[in-house]
Write a protein that binds this ligand. Structure first.
Ligand code: ADP
Ligand code: ZN
Length: 204
């Protein structure tokens, strides 16, 4: 009856995938930094990757909104960038690999993450689960389906200051963004806020 064997019985270390998701300001980067600082203390080899587009605060570190930071390798987001990440992993052979804002990468990132897990590495992937419309980022949906551990973090809704925020509100010149708005609105002052479902606004 009981023929099932845990993967670790195969004689190699078992990798794992941890996904940390939620809206902006929910503490994803903070949580990634906390986990990786503990890896650092334990003396394990690790590498943190972060897309170059997200260099709002620092071009060489992962930085949380409250200024905690840890050194990161800054990469592009296309298929070539994933090949570059693969080369770095082969060269450094880290036990633990972390990605911040993983939803920004090319679709190939999901297979690459699973490849790392099959090699026995621990992967920590942090990022937004949904866009400003409240719709899932496809890469994130797939990663969540494959994850061994999932943490969905919440922020505080900045509008009602009462409920927890599960969504990211996009404002363009102070007004809620429209459903069909392009990702970049030239010349507009753009802003993001954490909001609960009730306070989240999207113009159709
Ligand atoms: P994320 O990576 O999810 O965008 P960060 O880890 O960078 O979040 O930042 C989390 C920190 O942001 C919190 O610890 C808090 O200091 C700050 N913060 C700012 N606005 C909010 C909010 N609306 N709700 C919760 N935390 C907030
Ligand atoms: Zn609210």
């Amino acid at each position: 009856m009981n023929d099932f064997k845990m993967p670790t019985d195969a004689g190699r270390p078992s990798g794992s995938l941890e996904v940390v998701c939620g809206p902006m300001f929910s503490g994803k980067s903070e949580e990634l930094i906390r986990r990786m600082k503990r890896v650092q203390i334990s003396g394990k080899k690790f590498v943190i990757f972060k897309p170059s587009i997200d260099t709002r605060y620092d071009a060489t570190h992962v930085v949380s909104h409250d200024q905690r930071k840890l050194e990161a390798v800054i990469t592009g987001i296309d298929a070539d960038a994933i090949e570059e990440i693969r080369r770095i992993i082969i060269e450094k052979n880290p036990e633990v690999v972390a990605f911040d804002e993983i939803w920004m990468y090319d679709d190939g990132i999901v297979d690459f993450v699973l490849e790392c897990v099959r090699q026995g590495r621990r992967v920590v992937a942090a990022g937004l689960d949904t866009d400003f419309r409240g719709e899932p980022f496809p890469n994130m949906s797939r990663l969540l389906a494959h994850a061994d551990f999932v943490d969905k973090l919440k922020a505080i809704c900045i509008k009602c200051k009462d409920r927890e925020a599960v969504m990211t509100q996009r404002l363009i010149d102070g007004m809620p963004a429209k459903y069909g708005d392009p990702t970049i609105v030239v010349g507009a002052a753009e802003m993001y806020e954490a909001r609960c479902r009730e306070c989240h606004q999207i113009e159709r």
